[in-house]
Write a protein that binds this ligand. Structure first.
Ligand code: 3HC
Length: 688
């Protein structure tokens, strides 16, 4: 039974009970409808509805979204609550999200516990509220707040909900408070559906629409939600609900909602494999070696999760730099209102900076974040190996280097893993956990436990140059440089990828991170590079010209006065020159052709990565590309997108491109096998 009912002294107590989050599926909907009739039959004074397990309800059961909707539908159930002569009171603990918030809004009264949150996050799953949210919320909180909550999907806390008029009071024990509500006062509260809709405000809708176009380009659900709220204002309540439902059902079967749901569940599936259960070390003290941008971000993430952190630096200059970097992160967090002064002082008090490795002795975990040089990293790991206790875990934040080679000289290479954070490390969600040939279960389990504690999305990666994400990135950039040299400009390439849904294209992104990092990497790979593979020299010329990106005032773009980007004809000329030297006749690529080349290059490489066992599943590659590299979330990640195109079609397109360059566009054998077997990338398992 997912809904339990009991009555005492004419008060009905209805509990939603579908662990872990009381997701609202068909059985729960049936139970709720039965509870309405039960309360009416008993002519109860009121019903107090709450959720079991400290959660009100997390919304409609998204696992049911792929199937046809089953009766009773949630809007009918909620109309029955709203229109019942027995008044319902929602006693909200934990979260009331989506359909959960819609249940609460159909009640006559809402009482919230202080730490609870309420919201309509449907747009984050690519749909709009489908059980009255777009009609009831504006009636309760007004247009401005309703538009903000529904189009961003961001839940709000109890105090804010109370100030907005969404809930009546905030009480430590909402069920007890609901019991104490005076019957006469309760009888005077008008059912939500009888509230007047707010007046239309053309300016508000225009500004909201512009805002969505700027901030969430390409995403369908927020814009549709806005239109549904607006249309609903001119309709009688029940007609507004019918319109909302129709749009909800349409979006639910659309590609964006499928993609976003895929990511939602892939993110939740990304946890430590069962065999690692119980093996993790509990980290109270961690050492971060190197207080550069990356190290400082990692240290800040660690102290924010309650870990004591020692940053080790080589000398006084290093300490000063680390201190400055940490100071900048704290100042930015303060100015954005993410922390207050007391929290800043608390975080700072958990952080020590030192040049003495002896300070690391009590740490359970060390993360080296020095620059990408094998000898430097080996020396650091050697020093840590000598000073940390034998069971401590040693991690490297290397982006490319061979973990096995790095760990080989240590007394105990089994304690080494890669923890590849993404800049800025305290914000970006992805954490690649790199498993070396000898990494122990305890070291891996500790990596996963840390990811959970830091609120990161963990993805296990095997050892190769660039692991999962940077290996794909290298091919993306190679395809971009080839398109640039053979006919486009960096800004045409960037525009094409922004149209696809990236926040910025590959050239603007490189300007932000600095062209020197990729250059150092190309130098490192020079000796082992396939001599038959085409090499585009333009990025090297940029280094010769001192154009390293934003930090030097110019990269692929110019940034006069440190401001916004400006196209640079000198850069465009570089490609014309290089093409001339190489005897290439340049061609015009359409945006569609540019996108196709860059995306196919990534898919082809990702398939090889999967085949080689560097990534465990197509879903893991989706998580990497979305949470580490800005692949548009609403496309579900690289491999989900590939499956939506169809593997056979991808192979056919790659074969056409291979006529131009057999090496760069060599079709991944894994893709070919999937196409031959008629399997999607999500279903296929590599032959290992
Ligand atoms: N449907 C189905 N399963 C859900 C779910 C949902 N709406 N919400 C959470 N779950 C599942 C998760 O998949 C996970 O399952 P697992 O243990 O098998 O991996 C389990 O519940 C616990 O979830 P989390 O791991 O996310 O637990 P947290 O404590 O970190 O977070 C939460 C809990 C804040 C409720 C978070 O899960 C969440 O944000 N859920 C989605 C909320 C949402 O988007 N609701 C809107 C749904 S659409 C809707 O309601 C339409 C309506 O308008 C008609």
């Amino acid at each position: 039974m997912q809904v339990t009912m009991r009555s005492e002294n004419h008060i009905g107590y209805v509990t939603l009970s579908n662990p872990p989050v009381n997701a609202i599926g068909q059985v729960l909907r049936m139970g709720l409808l039965e509870a309405v009739r039960w309360a009416e039959r008993g002519r109860l004074d009121r019903v107090i509805v709450s959720g079991a397990g400290g959660v009100f309800a997390a919304g409609a059961d998204a696992k049911e979204f792929d199937a046809a909707p089953q009766e009773p539908h949630l809007p009918e159930v909620l109309n029955a609550i709203d229109e019942s002569f027995v008044p319902w009171i929602a006693a909200i603990e934990g979260v009331a999200l989506g359909g959960g918030a819609e249940i609460a809004m159909a009640c006559r009264m809402r009482i919230m516990a202080p730490g609870a949150r309420i919201g309509l996050p449907e747009v984050t799953l690519g749909v709009i509220p489908g059980a009255g949210g777009t009609a009831r919320l504006p009636r309760l909180v007004g247009l401005q707040k309703a538009v903000e909550m529904i189009t961003t999907g961001k839940p709000i806390g109890a105090q804010e909900a109370c100030s907005a008029g969404l809930v009546h009071t905030v009480e430590d024990d909402p069920i007890e408070a609901a019991f104490l509500v005076n019957s006469e006062a309760l009888g005077c509260i008008v059912p939500t559906w009888e509230y007047h809709a707010p007046a239309h405000d053309a300016d508000l809708f225009r500004m909201a629409r512009e805002n969505l176009q700027a901030k969430m380009p390409g995403q369908e659900a927020p814009v549709r939600a806005l239109a549904v709220i607006e249309a609903g204002l001119a309709l009688p309540f029940h007609a507004a609900l019918a319109h909302e439902r129709q749009v909800f059902l349409e979006l639910k079967t659309g590609s964006q909602s499928k993609a976003l749901r895929h990511l939602f569940f892939a993110q939740r599936a990304a946890k430590a494999p069962a065999h690692l259960k119980g093996a993790a070390l509990e980290v109270q003290h961690a050492v971060v070696v190197g207080g550069g941008t990356m190290g400082a971000g990692i240290a800040y993430a660690l102290v924010s999760s309650g870990v004591q952190v020692t940053i080790l630096e080589a000398d006084a200059d290093g300490l000063k730099r680390a201190e400055d970097n940490i100071g900048k992160i704290i100042a930015a967090s303060l100015s954005r209102g993410m922390i207050d002064a007391a929290r800043a002082a608390d975080l700072r008090s958990r952080l020590t900076l030192s040049t003495e490795y002896s300070q690391a002795a009590t740490a359970q975990l060390a993360i080296e974040a020095a620059f990408e040089d094998m000898a430097v990293k080996q020396e650091i790991l050697g020093k840590l190996d000598a000073v940390l206790s034998a069971d401590a875990v040693l991690a490297t934040n290397t982006s490319y280097l061979d973990l096995n080679e790095m760990a080989a000289p240590l007394m105990d290479p089994t304690r080494v893993i890669g923890l590849h954070f993404f800049a800025p490390a305290h914000i970006m969600k992805l954490l690649e956990i790199v498993q070396g040939a000898q990494s122990s279960d305890r070291a891996m389990a500790t990596g996963y436990a840390l990811a959970k504690r830091l609120g990161k999305v963990p993805v296990r990666a095997g050892v190769c140059d660039g692991f999962i994400g940077n290996r794909i990135l290298a091919r993306y950039r190679e395809a971009a440089d080839t398109v640039f040299m053979d006919g486009s400009t960096p800004w045409e390439v960037d525009d094409a990828m922004v149209e696809f849904g990236y926040a910025m294209g590959p050239y603007e992104a490189q300007d932000l991170s600095g062209l020197d990092i990729a250059y150092a990497n190309r130098q490192r790979q020079a000796a082992t590079r396939d001599p038959n593979r085409r090499y585009v020299p333009i990025a090297d010329r940029m280094i010769e010209l001192g154009k390293l990106g934003r930090k030097t005032g110019a990269g692929w773009y110019r940034y006069p006065g440190g401001g916004g980007k400006v196209e640079d004809p000198i850069v465009a000329d570089l490609a014309i020159e290089e093409a001339h030297f190489s005897g290439i006749t340049r061609t015009d690529y359409s945006s569609q052709e540019i996108r196709q080349r860059l995306v196919l290059a990534m898919i082809n490489e990702a398939a090889d990565i999967l085949d080689a066992g560097i990534a465990q599943s197509a879903g893991d590659i989706d998580l990497v590309t979305v949470f580490g590299y800005g692949f548009p979330r609403w496309r579900g990640g690289l491999m989900h997108y590939a499956d939506s195109l169809g593997v056979e079609k991808i192979v056919a397109q790659l074969e056409i491109l291979a006529q131009e360059d057999t090496v760069a566009w060599k079709v991944s054998p894994f893709l070919r096998r999937c196409a031959d077997a008629g399997q999607s990338l999500a279903e296929a398992r590599p032959m290992r």
